[in-house]
Design a binder for this molecule. Sequence first.
Ligand SMILES: *Cc1c(COP(=O)(O)O)cnc(C)c1O
Length: 397
Amino acid sequence: MIPSLLPTYNRAPLAFVRGEGSWLVAEDGSRYLDLGAGIAVNALGHANPALVAALTEQAGRVWHVSNVYRIPEQERLAEMLVEKTFADTVFFTNSGTEAAELAIKMARKYWHEKGQPERIEILTFEGAFHGRSTGAIAAAGSEKMVKGYGPLMPGFHALPWGDIAAMKAAITDRTAAVMIEPIQGEGGIRPLPDEDLKAIRALCDATGALLILDEVQCGMGRTGRLFAHEWAGITPDILMVAKGIGGGFPIGAVLATEAAAAAMTAGSHGSTYGGNPLACAVGARVLEIVSDPAFLASVNRKAGLLRQKLEALVAAHPAIFELVRGQGLMLGLRCRVAPADVVAAGYARHVLTVAAADNTLRLLPPLTITEEEIAEAVRRLDAAAAALETAPAASSV
Ligand SMILES: *Cc1c(COP(=O)(O)O)cnc(C)c1O
C-alpha cells in the first residue's frame, strides 16, 4: 500500500524537532552536528535569533499581499541585491527550480524580441542540477531525472563536464545561452576553475550568447564571496539564487542585467507567492548579514581550517577518502566507498552530511559554524571513517 507521503525519497529514520545554530535536536533529545544545513539552506544556522526576529516582526504585520500591489519588503530586498551585485533588476521566486524556469524563459524571450526566435539552444555541462520541473530536468538531462517524463523541452545540449574545448566547438551565433553552476552541487562539488569561467564568459561575449549562472547552492556567501563568480572576476547576464538567501524560509530570485531582462515586460511572467513579505523580510536580514565583509572574512577563515582538517582526514583514511574539493564552506570529499555508507556511519556518530553524485560526500555547514564545531565535526567524521575501515557497511547507494 502506498504510504500517505508519496514515496519519492529514501529517507533516513531521523526526525528533528528543534535546531540551535549548527545543531539539530532529534525527537529523543539527542543532538546532531549539522554539516548539511538543509543542503546549503540554513546559511545562518538553525533558529538564528536575527532571522526569528525578522520573520516574527513581519508575521505580526502582514503575511501576504498579491504582486498586483507594490510590496515594500520586496522592493527593499531587490534594491539591496542590485546595489551589491552586477544586477540591474530582480524577480523573486519561491525556489531554485522556479528561478531556473525564469532564467530559461528570459533567455528565449531575449532572442525572440531580437528577431531571432529560432535561437533557442542552451548549452550546459553534464552533471548539472537546476531543479525538478519539466524545464529544469530537460536542462540537466540526467537519465535518472528525466526517465519516463518525456517528451522533454527541446533546445538543451549537455557537454562533457568542464570541457572548454567542447564548449568552444559547440557555441555559435545560434546559441541562446550557456547555463552552468560555477561549482556543481548535486554533481559532486565540482568547481570550474576561474580560468574556465573567464573563457566561457569570453565565448559568450564573442557570440552574443547569454551567460546564465546557477548559484542556487554555491551563492550567498557559501564560497567566501557573496557569489562564487566573483572569485573569477566575471559577471553573468542572468543569475539564479535560492537556498541560502532565505536561511530556511522558501525564497529564490533571478538577477539580471537590464539588457538581458529587457524583453520581460508587464504580463510576461508572474508568481502568486514570489517575493512574499515574509520571505523578503527574512531575505533582507540574511543578505545584510552575509554581505558584510567581516562575515565573509570569517567564512574564509573557517573554510581554511575545515579544508586543512579534511586534508588530514583524507590522509588518515586513504581507503575511505580520495580527495577534498570545493571552495569556502562548500566542500566535497570524493570517496573510495559509497558516500551513502559514510553518511550512515555519520548518523551513528551524530554528524549530518549529504551524498552527491561522482562518489562525493558533501559538507555544507551553516556559515556560522564555529571553529570548535569544525574540530568536533572532523573528529566525528574520523570516527565514522575508522568504523567503516573495520566493518565496511553494505553499500546502500
Ligand atoms: C537545489 C538546487 C536547485 C533547485 O532548487 P529548489 O529550491 O530545490 O527548487 C537548482 N540549482 C541548484 C544548483 C541547486 O543546488
